[in-house]
Design a protein around this ligand. Structure first.
Ligand code: NAP
Length: 487
């Protein structure tokens, strides 16, 4: 079919983060320009816009964490700092004129399917009426605040790690950090040399995988500039290595998992001298059950004379600091809540009402599921990027999103062909897919007995329980027998 014969859909993209920027580029590439990206904030970048905490780095290697069509010879480090990643997204968005399509400060509160169109609303106002929605709302964007008494009574600055208060002085101050996830570890590593005292409040010990983060030399960058193929080769070899080792370990390859755990245990034993501290830092669950933390310097940081690992449970927060259950007041000037995110909301709190009034609230009342992470039965022409059961753990989300969008673009092409008006997963296909996900979860490390943001209220991980290769195969082309196609 030639270009002229195709229908031109009106499309809304929700979110101007990594996936939304990608969608804007790919839509333009296929000749679709009648679309708007609705962004709730005043700036693009998603998680890299929201997170600005000291020490922020991506723990996916830089040359894996990039759009396939925009390799970047200028990455400064093996694992790039957050500000550099934000600048990368801004640069790519500028190059592809993505800003022209973004409406900022435009949160969609409700999307409703009626008479073959999606109606996008903010409060009582209808912002748009479109044929297709691509939800690129991200995963980790709703901060979780701890249920601890007295947080509001604290006299100093108190904030969530994803809402960093850069006006709060840190130099020479007494800092408290609640949490020991990837975020808290990176903050600890960065701040230990700057603050007078750092109290790290640990509820659960974490496994730490050691990885150095060297800078790329000017010579290495020159090779990347002169031979962009070298970046693709590096990307391919890292992806293969990762898929064949860690990617297999988490879904039940016991030998690979033993290697991961042995490396973490050796890291702990070789790095932490004091047996009492070592015991406090030793997890009582399998490595990678929670998201594996990658850090070159955490153990060194927590052994500094101005660092204290606090393992007594928190009783409450008071004006002067944090009081633990042993009665001690840990006096603080600044309190950081590195308490993570709700990884199960996706595009919510936006309300989504599909065909015949079916409400996502009811569909997702017990657990968040979609067909191949992409489509929801009864919600025609609504497609998700990085939806439920995407391979989100330690993989490059950019790769994931690109492959999912490739699949979605094939569905959009069907609509453009003119014979299909409504595309949504068949209920029986979605049920079969989700039953296979549930079945495979039993072999994964995420269900071996730890608490993590991966798990929903029933203990179901929102993860991909199969190989990376299966994901690539599944995303190469939609099986149209799995879809209800209404003309
Ligand atoms: P997280 O992994 O969910 O960790 C939250 C921490 O807060 C945990 O240690 C948790 O303890 C603790 N916590 C929560 N509520 C608490 C309470 N009431 N009292 C005491 N402790 C409490 O969150 P995160 O560190 O922000 O990381 C979230 C995810 O963001 C990561 O898993 C990763 O996917 C992503 N991330 C990525 C990077 C990167 O480099 N790519 C960097 C940072 C974050 P428990 O363990 O006991 O629940």
């Amino acid at each position: 079919m030639n270009g002229e014969a195709k229908r031109s859909p009106r499309i809304a993209v929700i979110g101007a983060g990594m996936s939304g920027i990608l969608t804007a580029i790919k839509l333009q590439e296929t000749g679709i320009t009648d679309f708007t990206i609705y962004e709730k904030a005043g700036r693009l970048g998603g998680t890299w816009r929201d997170n600005t905490y000291p020490g922020l780095c991506c723990d996916v290697p830089s040359h894996m964490y990039r759009y396939s069509f925009e390799p970047n010879a200028e990455w400064s480090h093996r694992f790039s700092p957050g500000a550099e990643i934000q600048a990368y997204f801004e640069g790519v968005a500028k190059k592809y004129d993505v800003e022209d399509f973004i409406k900022y400060n435009s949160e969609i509160t409700r999307a409703r399917y009626e008479n073959g169109k999606w109606h996008l609303e903010r409060g009582k106002e209808t912002l748009d009426v479109v044929d297709i929605i691509v939800s690129a709302a991200g995963v980790l964007h709703h901060p979780v605040y701890p249920d601890i008494d007295g947080v509001d009574d604290f006299a100093g600055a108190v904030f969530h790690s994803a809402r960093w208060d850069h006006s709060a002085p840190l130099e020479g101050k007494r800092i408290g950090i609640i949490g020991t996830g990837s975020t808290a570890v990176q903050i600890t590593d960065d701040l230990i040399g700057k603050v007078s005292h750092l109290s790290l409040f640990q509820r659960t010990a974490q496994w730490i995988f050691p990885q150095e983060n060297p800078a790329f030399s000017e010579q290495e960058k020159q090779v990347f500039r002169d031979q962009p193929q070298a970046m693709d080769d590096l990307h391919a070899s890292l992806t293969r290595l990762f898929a064949d080792t860690f990617g297999r370990a988490v879904i039940g390859d016991k030998e690979q998992m033993q290697r991961v755990e042995d490396t973490c245990r050796a890291n702990l034993e070789d790095s932490v001298r004091d047996p009492e501290l070592r015991a406090k830092l030793t997890p009582d669950y399998q490595a990678a059950c929670k998201r594996l933390i990658i850090s070159p310097g955490f153990y060194e940081a927590i052994q500094q004379p101005n660092a204290e690992l606090v393992t007594d449970p928190i009783e409450r927060v008071e004006a002067g600091g944090v009081r633990t259950k042993d009665g001690r007041l840990h006096e603080l000037d600044v309190l950081v809540l590195a308490t993570g995110f709700d990884g199960h909301s996706f595009m919510r709190p936006m309300d989504l009402i599909g065909r015949d009034g079916v409400d996502l609230k009811d569909v997702w009342a017990e657990t968040t599921q979609a067909h191949r992470s992409i489509s929801l039965p009864g919600f025609p022409n609504y497609f998700m990027l990085v939806g439920p059961n995407s391979p989100i753990g330690n993989f490059s989300l950019i790769d994931i999103s690109e492959r999912q969008l490739g699949y979605i673009m094939q569905l959009i092409e069907l609509w453009r062909g003119g014979t299909v008006n409504e595309i949504s997963a068949r209920q029986d296909a979605a049920d079969r897919f989700n039953a296979s996900v549930k079945d495979a979860m039993g072999d994964t490390v995420w269900v071996t007995g730890c608490q993590s943001w991966y798990l929903d209220k029933h203990g179901n991980p929102a993860m991909w329980p199969f190989t990376f290769d299966k994901f690539c195969d599944d995303m190469s082309a939609p099986d149209l027998d799995e879809y209800e196609l209404v003309s």
